[in-house]
Design a protein around this ligand. Structure first.
Ligand code: SF4
Length: 93
């Protein structure tokens, strides 16, 4: 079962959402999202715009092709989406 975390680090005030799927850890830096929806156009099975106009994960996202998930993160113009592989290597941005 994929793991999903919502984190609010009070010390730094950074606001993250994180989900493991398709062999990657995907992190949304909510402070950086500008609601352009580029990521949603590439991977609508994974990302959705929330009521607060910040992207979030769909409920219970399923694995998709890893390359497409990486592309969905890479098309973010504000580097709000971070993709990390199983070795801990940061692939995006
Ligand atoms: S592409 Fe980036 S800025 Fe645009 S909605 Fe997705 S996370 Fe937000």
């Amino acid at each position: 079962m994929p793991a999903c975390n919502k984190m609010k680090d009070d010390a730094s005030m950074e606001d993250y959402e994180e989900h493991r799927l398709s062999g990657l850890t995907i992190r949304i830096d909510r402070d950086l999202c500008a609601a352009t929806q580029n990521c949603i156009r590439v991977a609508p099975e994974v990302f959705v715009l929330g009521n607060d106009y910040i992207v979030t994960f769909v409920a219970e996202p399923e694995d998709i092709e890893q390359d497409r998930l990486i592309e969905a993160c890479a098309v973010c113009p504000t580097d709000a989406l971070i993709a990390i592989n199983e070795s801990g290597e940061r692939l995006v941005p």
